[in-house]
Design a protein around this ligand. Structure first.
Ligand SMILES: NC(=O)c1ccc[n+]([C@@H]2O[C@H](COP(=O)([O-])OP(=O)(O)OC[C@H]3O[C@@H](n4cnc5c(N)ncnc54)[C@H](O)[C@@H]3O)[C@@H](O)[C@H]2O)c1
Length: 501
């Protein structure tokens, strides 16, 4: 007899929708489950006002479309879809909840996101001649609600959804499964997971090339082009250009001979001067949300890397009344941090010993802090990263140097260091602003998403200023001409109403 899941396991998702939309969404889910090979039968249970789901190995699940018990604590028009696995094996639980979590957004929810992203959602008014019709698009952008608005805008700009592919970076965003479901069920777009990256790229190229088109890459972290050049070099000619939105992506292509133009939103003035503060603020806000009982005011903090993001993080922490130290391996940046009034020192171990930070925020973009430094921290210190994936902290080194490693659920992983303190690596060392969160507010990220689309339009149209290699000056010029920043200023500048019309 196979082991059963004990006790019942529940999953609830709040959906903002009209009555009709909510019923339709639940009905679609039930219909999808009914034809799944993991399900033997679905039956409406009148008495319990729910669907009973008999699973393949005899387990039992239940799906109920409920109302929140305390509507005052939920958003207006919230419906609560509750799925309970009453009995079943772990394998049945896995299959049942995988299906249940895969819930597209309602039209009401998408309309709210569209209203929050006025620049991105109205790009087709700026370029009405379908400039993206000749190309396919391969995207590795964060799986968040704002991304769905960008995708719809790219479709409105002419991309055929059959010629789009999305690589899911597999970060645990707030709504990652719903975003995935929306792309697949509502837009018919192919989604591949990061772990199957090469297969996804090959599938994309096959589909798009068969239609006689080439593709633009819209990347966030240098996932695609380095992999193509390294592992699929014969296919490099399929791509006409690359839009990159983050520094880590620039680092990954830095040593490479780029056969195509790079539209470098990552290195644009817009990213450095406007977005970095938002990322820093989102990172600190999510840190505080995850640790609501901590009192950081008056406590020592350390920021690693005084680049675009680190500088803003240091300022945000100082604004929250922390005593902030900064370390950067680049002496010019270290001097800049010192002259801005932050405590600095070198080598790093001396600074950590002297300052004993309770909160360490890594913004270096590469491995910057390991077991040697962690041993010098006070007890109950927190390590937090803003860097892509889990590259900032030497996690394997920490694991090997620990007498106990504990998974602390949503908080992350704690390491009891041999002969040292216990440190908590918040969010398992992944960029904290995405950890069960959606990073920047939609109205803020709107500018950068619109800039990415402007890059795709320029590359698709063969803008002559964009040459193989980096194009920072041309990127700045094209973004300035696009009028996107002017519109942002109109919305949120001195004469704007904060984007609310
Ligand atoms: N979380 C997010 O939303 C988000 C968004 C954009 C970028 N990022 C990532 O954040 C990281 C930083 O981005 P940025 O734009 O601020 O980069 P940046 O290049 O402007 O700054 C990095 C700084 O770190 C310093 N540095 C490098 N190695 C170091 C080390 N070992 N110790 C201390 N300092 C070191 C560099 O000298 C530089 O000053 C990148 O990995 C980037 O991809 C995250």
């Amino acid at each position: 007899m196979s082991a059963s899941v004990q006790p019942p396991v529940a999953h609830a998702v709040d959906v903002v929708a009209s009555e009709g939309e909510a019923r339709h969404l639940a009905g679609e889910l039930v219909a999808r489950l009914a034809v799944s090979p993991d399900v033997r039968g679905m039956q409406w249970d009148e008495g319990a006002a729910s669907w009973l789901c008999t699973l393949a190995a005899g387990g039992r699940g239940r799906i109920t479309l409920a109302a929140p018990a305390d509507p005052a604590s939920a958003a207006q028009h919230t419906h609560r879809l509750v799925a309970v696995l009453e009995q079943g094996t772990p394998a049945e639980a896995e299959a049942f909840f995988r299906a249940v979590r895969h819930l597209p957004f309602t039209a009401t929810e998408i309309a709210a996101a569209v209203a929050e992203l006025p620049l991105t959602s109205r790009l087709a008014e700026r370029w009405p001649h379908k400039p993206l019709a000749p190309v396919g698009v391969l995207l590795t952008i964060h799986h968040m609600r704002d991304f769905l608005v960008l995708v719809d805008s790219l479709i409105a700009l002419g991309v055929d959804p059959a010629h789009m592919t999305v690589i899911d970076k597999e970060y645990p965003y707030a709504h990652t499964h719903r975003v995935d479901a929306h792309l697949v069920y509502r837009r018919g777009i192919a989604v591949w997971r990061y772990r199957d990256l090469l297969e996804g790229i090959e599938d994309h190229i096959g589909r798009v090339a068969a239609a006689g088109k080439r593709s633009v890459i819209m990347d966030d972290g240098g996932y695609v082009l380095p992999a193509v050049l390294r592992d699929l070099p014969a296919h490099a000619g399929h791509f006409t250009g690359l839009v990159e939105q983050t520094t880590s992506g620039i680092r990954k292509v830095d040593g490479l001979e780029l056969p195509v133009p790079l539209f470098s939103v990552a290195e644009s003035d817009m990213k450095a001067m406007i977005e970095s503060y938002g990322i820093a603020d989102a990172a600190v806000r999510n840190t505080l949300r995850l640790l609501p009982e901590e009192k950081f005011e008056g406590q020592p903090a350390l920021v690693l890397g005084f680049g675009r993001i680190g500088r803003e993080v240091a300022r945000v922490l100082a604004g929250r009344r922390m005593r902030v130290a900064v370390f950067d391996t680049d002496i010019t940046r270290l001097v800049a941090a010192h002259e801005e009034g932050f405590l600095t020192g070198r080598p790093l171990t001396d600074l950590v010993s002297a300052h004993r930070p309770r909160l360490v925020i890594g913004c270096a973009g590469s491995r910057s802090f390991g077991v040697e430094q962690s041993r010098l921290l006070p007890s109950n210190a927190f390590l937090v990263s803003t860097t892509s994936r889990n590259f900032e902290f030497a996690l394997e080194e920490l694991r090997q140097g620990s007498t106990a490693v504990t998974d602390r659920g949503v908080l992350g992983t704690s390491y009891r260091l041999a002969g040292g303190p216990e440190v908590l690596v918040l969010g398992h060392g992944m960029p904290i602003n995405f950890h069960y969160a959606e990073s920047l507010p939609n109205r803020y990220v709107d500018l950068v998403l619109a800039a990415l689309a402007a890059g795709a339009v320029a590359l698709s149209g063969g803008d002559e200023r964009l040459r193989p290699g980096h194009n920072v000056a041309a990127t700045n010029a094209i973004l300035a001409e696009s009028g996107i920043v002017d519109d942002y200023y109109r919305l949120y500048g001195p004469a704007g109403g904060g984007g609310r019309g």
